[in-house]
Design a binder for this molecule. Structure first.
Ligand SMILES: CC(C)(COP(=O)(O)OP(=O)(O)OC[C@H]1O[C@@H](n2cnc3c(N)ncnc32)[C@H](O)[C@@H]1OP(=O)(O)O)[C@@H](O)C(=O)NCCC(=O)NCCS
Length: 178
């Protein structure tokens, strides 16, 4: 398995991966929503605010995770993990964790201070995320599932509370995703 940064020629395969994976796990309607969301992330996010990582088995993309800028009222920098998918046929083999660990090591080397995500604590706790309160980092939109607001420090320091609002990229600025 090869863990790498996407290329523009991968975009349609990545959209198809999100569509199919979520259609399999949560039904066709959710598959369409996630396919459209993945497309919007890649088409509308300014280049400096989006990093897309893929797991490739030969030429086939079997996993993808996106990190976008979360703006803070602080000199600390943060990236938000969303969305993520590993192809149904190869789930449960460690690919998702390896892909996130690859991405986090690159973000660390770029000097990013904090990673956050909004998802299943049971999965994301395996790659260093822990539940955080909004007193530590305010979510950019109201959370329907506050237990899913997760973060980790990437700079070797503890996660200190950061006061003020946070802001996400336009594709994530949709209350239905939160
Ligand atoms: C969640 C997902 C990205 C994990 O990737 P993966 O390659 O299957 O995960 P890994 O093999 O690295 O890790 C497996 C571990 O994660 C957990 N896990 C796997 N799939 C999970 C899921 N759908 N939800 C919660 N936890 C899950 C398992 O407990 C497993 O732990 P174990 O091996 O100790 O039993 C992948 O299963 C997926 O794309 N699922 C459907 C879409 C989705 O839910 N995306 C994430 C939105 S938050």
């Amino acid at each position: 398995m090869n863990y790498t940064t996407y290329q523009k020629t991968d975009i349609e395969s990545i959209i198809e991966l999100f569509h199919t994976t979520f259609a399999n796990s949560e039904g066709e309607a959710e598959g369409k929503v996630l396919g459209a969301f993945a497309r919007e992330m890649m088409e509308t996010t300014p280049e400096q605010d989006l990093q897309v990582f893929v797991a490739k088995d030969g030429e086939k993309i079997v996993g993808s995770v996106m990190f976008s800028t979360l703006t803070l009222e602080s000199d600390k920098t943060a990236k938000l993990l969303s969305p993520m998918a590993v192809s149904t046929e190869v789930q449960g083999k460690g690919i998702g964790q390896a892909l996130i660990n690859h991405a986090l090591s690159i973000l660390k080397s770029q000097g990013v201070d904090i990673a956050v995500t909004y998802g299943d604590p049971n999965f994301y706790s395996k790659v260093g995320f822990a539940q955080i309160s909004e007193e530590v980092i305010k979510a950019p939109l109201p959370l329907s599932f506050p237990e899913g607001w997760l973060g980790q420090s990437l700079n070797g320091e503890g996660l200190e509370a950061i006061s003020g609002e946070s802001g996400c990229v336009p594709a994530l600025n949709n209350p239905e995703l939160w």
